[in-house]
Design a protein around this ligand. Sequence first.
Ligand SMILES: *Cc1c(COP(=O)(O)O)cnc(C)c1O
Length: 444
Amino acid sequence: METQSLIDPRQSYTKVLELLEKHHEMFRKSIPLIASENVVSPAVREAMASDLQHRYAEGWPGERLYAGCRFIDEIELLAIELGKLVYNAEFVDVRPISGVVANLVAYCAFARPGDMMVALTIPHGGHISHGKEKWGGTAGVVRGLEVERYEFNEELHEIDVDATARRLRRIETETGRRPRFFMLGASVFLFPHPVKEIRALADEYGAHVVYDGAHVAGLIAGGRFQDPLREGADCMTVSTHKTLAGPQHGMVVSWNKYAEKLKQVAFPGLLSNHHLHAVAGVAIALAEALAFYKDYAMKIIRNSKILAESLYELGVEVLYENRGFTESHTIIADVSKHMDGRTAEESLEKAGIILNRNLIPKDYKMKTDYRKPSGIRMGTQEVTRLGMNESEMKYIAELIAKVVVKKRNPDEVAEEVAEFRKDFRKVHFCFESATGAYDYIRIR
Ligand SMILES: *Cc1c(COP(=O)(O)O)cnc(C)c1O
């Protein structure tokens, strides 16, 4: 870092813009496999760069606290109607500005401080926003929930509902505490959750069930995962930018009977303004979902299965072979036979293959240093959106194996990756795609 350039405003200004272009150039030459990311259509990018990013519109459409919202209201109402269609839902709120904020809306609507929530732990794929206070988790720190864990079958990577029921009865006998809230959903979300069974268990306690669909919202939109509302969830929370390829934002999907409560905790409880350019982007992404996601979601899942099988055949130990590896966009592999997860992540990034290291269940038993976990996590939603199919998944597996198994020089692999990427420039599963997926747009 040249500190000289930071002192001069014009140089700093230029530097930021140069770095932005470099970032775009890097993604143009990379294989993006981070399971929580995606690339939006040019139309969504257009919405994000519109004047809406400067505006305020607190409240619900038609009941705003700001003037000048005529068209913003129409856009937001369209987003809500599209969300209802995509998720076959009675109530949708597109105001939460992220998945974590959507979860907070659910925590505030369905539980009070001190209430017991049951959620997955991080080793089992849970998200930090479901976490207890001790780990700095949002549920504990921000809403003061007492978080209890599900019992989990690690062989099957699945919530063990019977063992969880026994655990909760034991807790009640010993402490008198009863769950108020069952959180489902995960960040390593390989197989559908037993929503119906958890609904039945929750009913024994008069508790609520919320499904965090951050990772799988696009798969659900395409009808290729599970349908949490029909299976008994009171509410689904969404990040709009993982398998649902919208801008970074959040959404709450639920039933009319909870509408007033959910609206009220969102505003004025948790939001002031709610990022109107992103709301427009979400509306566009939902329209794309209606038109294209049956096909897109099917291809994401097919690609992740092919990538998993191909890696497995090449000596990368993808987990849960016993269940066909995955039923979602995500796969998880143990690379510790070859190198630790962090080294794998770094070597692969040098090779232009961008993915995350990840803790896997065995790391907790072996008390592995969390900075050097045994696993890596990958998702196929972004490469699928670039138009890649079966043969490309097999080739990506070969490229990964070259780095991780054969320990080839990553700089050499990077050249192959850049060459390969030349044929995949555009975003698919959208109405218009004139501008390349990672082209930098200059308007200054
Ligand atoms: C990513 C994720 C979130 C957080 O979403 P943000 O939009 O980044 O706030 C919440 N829950 C789960 C399960 C996630 O994977």
